[in-house]
Design a protein around this ligand. Structure first.
Ligand code: HEC
Ligand code: HEC
Ligand code: HEC
Ligand code: HEC
Length: 507
């Protein structure tokens, strides 16, 4: 101490310096402490449950009372303004963009109406509005089974818990019209008590079981993709599991690739529909997003769906997960630049470049398929036998399956461009080989000319070509929306009034 005094005696400015420095340090520490306390209080405030959320609460607004930030950002999926080169938040009428699809799906619901998906917020209204669900007039009427509701709503786990899984899969889509009313939300991915991520869809759990894996043992990072894999996957309705039920199954027993799933479907002799032009037993790929993503470089480096589609966001000192699941191109700074140092424009160009290249060959494959369908029809018209057509029809099935596997997996061109390029090229090969067989068969039936490519330059022309009565479909739908839907909504509102929402009083 005495030596200190001596030092400052000799240099009095030093004492002043030490004094001021101490004041500054204390001040800064004070600021820091107050900021920490403030943020803690804020965090505590944000996290204090205000309402008791029951185990199967389907209403996102009720969860939103406890988790306002996540809820508000989830609500961002209602925004339809962003458009990227091929995707984005707005509805895109894919049949108008690409009328070949109408012919590829002739005889199947998708030829009536198919839109590029938009935000989760619209899951219910879009399934009610699409022409594919038709215009049911009663609970047992209409073209679609109840199982179609499985990927639309947090009312699904609620109802499955109440009536049982197989019962849920039994009956018509309209039978669940008044039950499945809240769009995709909190209870689809979260356990109400712990808020941990959870798998609520039995099909995914059962597919894991058949592969000898326990999904409960999945890592936290894997769960950040598996919650999406409840819905963004390939699936089919199996009529043999439970009598009378359209049991939802993922065809993963042999693996995830286009070939693995094709083998699975061929072995069980499954087809989604018979093509109305070529009579081929067709497969409709749903949206094998998770499967294809898993073959790409990001998945292989451990990047999850949530890393790009649900990046972290900061607001008022709180870091939380952005629940506006959307095209990451609307948010490159938070979604890509967390890991990549490149400029936003460069990353955007990387994505578009991959999409352009995949789409170039995908379009070629579509043309090959349209030709194969009309050539097969000609062969039938000229009297070809079932036996002569058998291999040809399987060729058409396999080529179109590969096209659909690639086309229906939204985002696949970026998620895994090399795999998609491979699948599409095998599709083109099979399609062209099938057309060679067809040319030979047609020649043996004394027909040796080119069959003209149909005029399908617009959606309307293509729908007329396959014989759809669009006016009737549209007017029936209008009637359904006017007369049947309001009844469902009223019934649902009455039912929800009976749910308890208990304030926990912990505020
Ligand atoms: C319960 C089923 C379900 C779950 C779980 C789910 N989705 Fe979806 N998702 C859908 C459906 C259905 C649509 C189409 C909605 C529409 O168009 O009406 C969709 C649409 C999307 C879109 C397109 C939105 C747009 O703006 O173009 C993205 C992106 C998306 N989902 C990402 C994800 C991610 C990432 C996860 C996991 C964190 C996930 N989804 C979990 C069913 C689900
Ligand atoms: C499609 C699946 C999905 C849906 C639907 C969903 N979440 Fe999440 N949620 C996630 C994921 C993934 C995370 C990140 C979890 C992690 O990494 O631990 C998350 C994290 C959270 C967290 C933890 C804090 C944070 O922000 O990271 C809360 C709270 C939360 N979600 C609330 C909600 C609420 C409220 C809703 C409904 C409005 C909802 N979630 C809907 C997938 C979902
Ligand atoms: C969590 C980290 C992470 C995020 C988020 C992320 N990436 Fe990557 N990205 C990687 C890793 C790791 C690789 C593999 C490269 C390596 O290992 O050197 C990669 C590779 C790539 C490649 C090269 C792939 C190829 O085809 O060979 C491109 C392009 C790319 N990322 C673009 C993007 C874009 C665009 C986004 C946002 C939508 C994004 N990344 C988000 C980590 C990430
Ligand atoms: C490395 C970042 C990254 C990861 C990881 C990732 N995606 Fe994507 N995803 C993208 C990009 C980029 C697009 C293309 C968006 C566009 O074209 O606007 C996309 C597109 C999509 C789309 C279509 C979006 C639209 O606007 O129509 C869906 C759905 C989707 N991804 C789901 C998933 C699912 C499910 C997973 C996990 C299995 C996943 N993504 C993993 C970057 C990623």
């Amino acid at each position: 101490m005495s030596s200190n005094l001596k030092i400052t005696e000799k240099r009095p400015w030093l004492a002043w310096f030490l004094f001021s420095a101490t004041v500054v340090v204390v001040f800064v520490l004070g600021l820091l402490a107050s900021s920490i306390v403030e943020r803690r209080t804020e965090a505590a405030y944000v996290n204090v449950p205000k309402t008791e959320i029951s185990a199967f609460e389907p209403r996102n607004e009720v969860w939103g009372q406890n988790y306002p930030r996540e809820f508000q950002s989830y609500y961002g999926t209602a925004d339809t303004t962003f458009r990227s080169k091929y995707n984005g938040n707005s509805t895109i009428d894919m049949l108008e963009v690409d009328p070949r699809l109408v012919v590829l799906w002739a005889g199947y619901g998708f030829s009536k109406d198919y839109n590029q998906g938009r935000g989760h917020y619209y899951a219910i209204s879009d399934v009610q509005n699409t022409l594919r669900t038709g215009a049911p007039t009663s609970k047992t009427d209409g073209p679609m089974p109840a199982t179609c509701m499985t990927c639309k709503s947090p009312d699904v786990p609620r109802l499955m818990n109440k009536i049982g899984v197989a019962q849920f899969y039994t009956g018509k889509w309209a039978g669940l019209g008044a039950e499945i009313v809240n769009p995709i939300g909190c209870a689809d991915c979260h356990d109400a008590e712990t808020m941990n991520l959870t798998i609520t869809r039995p099909a995914l759990v059962e597919a894991f079981e058949r592969m000898g894996k326990d999904i409960k043992k999945a890592s936290h990072q894997d769960m950040r993709s598996l919650v999406c894999a409840q819905c963004h996957v390939e699936y089919y309705f199996d009529k043999k599991v439970v009598e009378g039920a359209n049991y939802l199954k993922l065809p993963w027993d042999n693996g995830f690739s286009a070939e693995n799933m094709e083998e699975y479907y061929d072995n069980i002799e499954f087809s989604d529909w018979t093509h109305s032009i070529s009579k081929a037993p067709m497969l409709k790929a749903q949206h094998p997003g998770y499967e294809i993503h898993s073959t790409g470089i990001h998945a292989q480096r451990g990047v999850s769906c949530a890393d790009c589609h649900m990046p972290y966001k900061s607001e008022g000192g709180q870091k939380f997960t952005d629940h506006k699941m959307q095209s990451p191109l609307n948010n490159i700074a938070s979604s890509c630049q967390v890991c990549h140092r490149e400029e936003g424009a460069t990353l955007m160009a990387n994505v578009y470049d991959r999409q352009d290249k995949i789409i170039e060959n995908r379009d070629k494959l579509e043309e090959v398929l349209v030709r194969a369908h009309v050539e097969a029809k000609k062969a039938w018209d000229l009297g070809a036998s079932e036996k002569q057509m058998q291999d040809i029809l399987m060729g058409i099935r396999h080529a179109q399956w590969r096209w659909d596997y690639a086309a229906a997996s939204h985002g696949g061109s970026f998620h895994s461009p090399i795999e998609l390029g491979r699948v599409i090229s095998t599709g083109i090969t099979i399609g062209q080989e099938t057309r060679i067989q067809l040319a030979r068969l047609l020649a043996s039936l004394n027909f040796n000319q080119e069959i003209p490519y149909p005029d399908i330059s617009t959606k309307e022309k293509a729908q007329e070509f396959i014989g759809l009565d669009m006016d009737k479909l549209n007017s029936d739908k209008k009637e359904f929306l006017k007369t049947v839907l309001p009844g469902w909504e009223k019934e649902a509102a009455e039912r929800e009034k009976t749910y308890n929402v208990v304030a926990s009083g912990k505020e």
